[in-house]
Structure formats: structure tokens, C-alpha cells
Design a binder for this molecule. Structure first.
Ligand code: ADP
Ligand code: ASP
Ligand code: MG
Length: 417
């Protein structure tokens, strides 16, 4: 029998009524002849609450114990869904990460899956049982301690399980019916994309579109898992289908499968950014290494970097961005290196955001960047920093102008439906 992975996010399991709705989606696929592994998130808001309890308990909490606490949200929903399924006459059992096991490295709170042994799940399928798996969690292969995969990690659990059991598809059910040209909460005119290439989705996710966790897209790309993003709010017993029998949603797939390739596919944004400027550092070989080496050693994720031209031939300014979570640590590292690097002062700005334009079609089309800069200029939005790659352009702007910038760019690239 073919195998299917179905993943349900926090809003889809927010209360018992919604869990019943999820169970009906699962029953539909079981009745259609699939062996199903369901991956569930914690009820919406639960993980935030658990995280805040850890912070209240101790600001510098031990991440191994943090994982024990935050992994508990998913344990509750996996048990509840198994109870509801059984009550509907669908044989099912819950699986925690350590029971399968989903083996990870030891990077507590942001662990990476190393291996999943699918044989326990296969035994369950042989008995006709639906596997209800707690997303977001695993177990450190050396110490046996519980780990979690970083926020949004249930997407990654789902894709990894799909690869491990050779599933025909991994369906990611969420509160939107697919991947849109941009976040539909910010731009109501955003259009649903029928297909998105792995590479584009990787950029969209890493540049802020939280509909899929970045790592899940990486795994889908490496293991060629057909991943379909769709809504859990569709009629569970008989979802609406198109002429080809497919329900509304977005397939994340190989570039070759996409016939009509637009120049720009989508716009992503992230408010989770901060900007740091080092004034008057010596303009000589080795200075960038002396700044960015220690930041990397401190596991600080540096993103955009701008080095200005020196006015006097001896000094220059270096500007770069780090995620908000790394800001304090980055300022601390630089403060301690003042003597060694030799600079006048460090300035920080936390009220910034990054807006990115993404599209594989950019590889073969010139002028996309110029269009972006012109549009922002016409709207009086100042650009603080720019980075580009083959398939994306990112600009750093003031945080309060983000929605406006996203809407303007959405119009400029003709993305509205
Ligand atoms: P879940 O709890 O199901 O994992 P998330 O909240 O993590 O759901 O992700 C879904 C949300 O992602 C949507 O509600 C939407 O606001 C947001 N989002 C951001 N960018 C996009 C996009 N380009 N397409 C669709 N949704 C997006
Ligand atoms: N519950 C976890 C979170 O909120 C994992 C997930 O929902 O994907 O981050
Ligand atoms: Mg999510």
C-alpha cells in the first residue's frame, strides 16, 4: 500500500473540535487506501507559552531542559489525535520522537535530524495502524536526551519521516491553502502559486516566509520529497478538487516541472533583523576577518554586509545585519574586541526589517533590481543595505515601512491575482 505523511500545524489542532476535523482528513486518506503517518504540532500558542515559562524560570536556562519543556506541547496533541481517531474506529497510536526513534545531533533547541529508523512505523502500518507522530522533537543519539528542531520544526519532522518511510507525498496542512506570492495577511491580493521550485521555496523560507521551516525545504530538495502545502479548513470528507482531481494547494517540486516560469515568484520579509555599524575601522587587509571571525566563533549569524569606501584612505565603516536574537551577543563580542580591532564606535539599530524579491526567472532577466529600487524610491522608502544572489534581491529598510514596501513591490512585479 502507498504511504502518505500528513502534517497539521498549531492552528489546525488548536482545540478538540479542530482535532476531530483533522481526524476526518486522516480517515479520508485511510479509506482511500493509504498507510498514513500524521505529524502534529502543539496547539497554537502552546509552544510560545512553554518558551515563556522557561524564560521566567531562568533567563539563562539550560537548553537541554528547555527541550524537555517545549517538546511537551506536541506530546499532548499526538495523544489526543490518537484518542479521537480510535474513537472514530480508525486504529491509531501515538509516537514520540524518542520512541521511533528520530535521532538528532546535540544542538539542543535547534537540533538537526540525522537518522530515522522507519521500521517501527512500518510494523504499525502492517497492523493497519495510523502512526500519530509528535512533530518538532527528537532524541540526541549520543546522550539519549530529548531535543527539539527549532521553531516551526514540525514541518521538518514531517518531510524527514516522509523520506524515511518512502512516502508518495508529504501534505503540509496549515491555515492557508498554499504558498502565496507573499504573506496573504499583509497583502490580501496575494495569489496562490500552483507550484514552487525547491530552490525558490528555500529562499522564500529562509528570507522570512514562515509557511515552511527552511530545513524542511532542504530535506525535501535533497530527498526529492513531493511536498504539498494545503488548508486543513477544507471540507475534510470531500475536499474541493480541480479538473485534474487535485485539491487547492501548492506543490513544492523540481524546477523542471514548472511550465510557466515568472521572472519574480514572490516577496518575503523578515522583521527579525538588526543592523550594526562599526565606525572608523582601519582600512587594511585582515580587518574584515578580525570582525567577522569572532562573530562566527560566537555562533552569530551575520547576513548582509556593506563596507564603505574609505574617505581618507585609512579608515572605513562596516555595516552588517544579524538576527534580533543574536543582537545583544554581537554587541557584546564587538565591545570586548574594541582594542584589538581598533575602531571609533559601534552603532546598533534594532528597528529594521528585510524585504526580499525572489524568482528563478531572475537568472535570465536583467533589470529586476533596478525596478525594486525605483519602486522603493517612488514611495520614499530609504534602503539601508542591499544583498543579491542569482535568484533574489534583499533590501534592508526601516521596520515601520515593511508592509508598504511589500505591497508596492507586489504591484510592481505584477504578482496580484
Ligand atoms: P502552522 O502552524 O500550520 O505551521 P505557520 O503559522 O507556521 O502555520 O505558517 C502559516 C502562515 O505563514 C500563514 O498563516 C501566513 O500568514 C504565513 N505566510 C508567510 N508568507 C507566506 C506565503 N508566501 N504564503 C503563504 N503563507 C505565508
Ligand atoms: N510547536 C512548534 C513551534 O511552535 C513546532 C511547530 O509548530 O512546527 O515552533
Ligand atoms: Mg509552522
Amino acid at each position: 500500500m502507498p504511504r502518505l505523511v500528513m502534517k497539521f500545524g498549531g492552528t489546525s489542532v488548536a482545540n478538540i473540535e479542530r482535532i476531530r476535523n483533522v481526524a476526518r482528513h486522516v480517515k479520508r486518506e485511510v479509506d482511500a487506501g493509504y498507510h498514513v503517518a500524521v505529524v502534529v504540532s502543539a496547539m497554537s500558542g502552546k509552544t510560545n507559552e512553554l518558551v515563556s515559562w522557561c524564560r521566567d524560570a531562568a533567563p539563562l536556562y539550560d537548553t537541554r531542559e528547555y527541550d524537555v519543556v517545549v517538546a511537551s506541547g506536541e506530546q499532548v496533541t499526538s495523544g489526543l489525535l490518537a484518542v479521537v481517531l480510535r474513537n472514530m474506529g480508525v486504529p491509531a497510536r501515538s509516537w514520540q520522537g524518542w520512541q521511533i526513534p528520530i535521532l538528532t545531533d546535540g544542538a539542543h533547541s535547534a537540533a538537526r535530524i540525522q537518522e530515522i529508523d522507519g521500521s517501527n512505523l512500518a510494523d504499525g502500518f502492517a497492523k493497519g495502524e495510523v502512526a500519530v507522530i509528535s512533530g518538532f522533537q527528537g532524541v540526541h543519539r549520543e546522550t539519549g536526551r530529548i531535543t527539539t528542531l527549532g521553531r516551526g520544526g514540525s514541518d521538518t519532522s514531517a518531510v524527514a519521516v516522509a523520506a524515511a518511510i518512502g512516502a508518495e507525498r508529504c501534505d503540509i496542512y496549515t491555515d492557508v491553502d498554499g504558498v502565496y506570492t507573499t504573506d496573504p495577511r499583509v497583502v490580501p491580493q496575494a495569489r496562490r502559486l500552483p507550484k514552487v521550485a525547491f530552490e525558490e521555496m528555500l529562499e522564500m523560507a529562509s528570507l522570512g516566509a514562515k509557511v515552511l521551516q527552511v530545513r524542511s525545504v532542504e530535506l525535501a530538495m535533497v530527498h526529492r520529497v513531493r511536498t504539498f502545502v494545503r488548508s486543513s479548513f477544507e471540507a475534510p470528507d470531500a475536499p474541493q478538487t480541480d479538473a485534474n482531481g487535485n485539491p487547492p494547494g501548492t506543490l513544492i517540486c523540481d524546477e523542471e516541472e514548472i511550465v510557466e516560469q515568472q521572472t519574480v515568484t514572490g516577496i518575503a520579509f523578515s522583521r527579525d533583523e538588526t543592523q550594526i555599524t562599526i565606525r572608523r575601522v582601519a582600512d587594511k587587509p585582515g580587518v574584515a576577518a578580525s570582525v567577522f571571525g569572532p562573530l562566527t566563533d560566537g555562533s552569530i549569524n551575520v547576513d548582509m554586509i556593506v563596507q564603505n569606501i574609505s574617505e581618507d584612505g585609512r579608515h572605513t565603516d562596516i555595516t552588517f545585519t544579524v538576527p534580533s536574537a543574536d543582537y545583544e551577543r554581537a554587541m557584546d563580542v564587538l565591545g570586548r574586541l574594541k582594542e584589538k580591532i581598533g575602531y571609533a564606535r559601534v552603532e546598533g539599530e534594532t528597528n529594521v526589517a528585510k524585504v526580499s524579491v525572489i524568482g528563478i526567472g531572475m537568472r535570465s532577466h536583467a533589470g529586476v533590481a533596478a525596478q525594486c529600487f525605483r519602486s522603493l524610491a517612488e514611495n520614499g522608502i530609504n534602503i539601508r543595505a542591499i544583498t543579491t544572489s542569482e535568484i533574489k534581491i534583499s533590501v534592508l529598510i526601516d521596520a515601520e515601512r515593511v508592509d508598504e514596501a511589500v505591497r508596492a513591490l507586489h504591484v510592481v512585479y505584477g504578482l496580484a491575482g
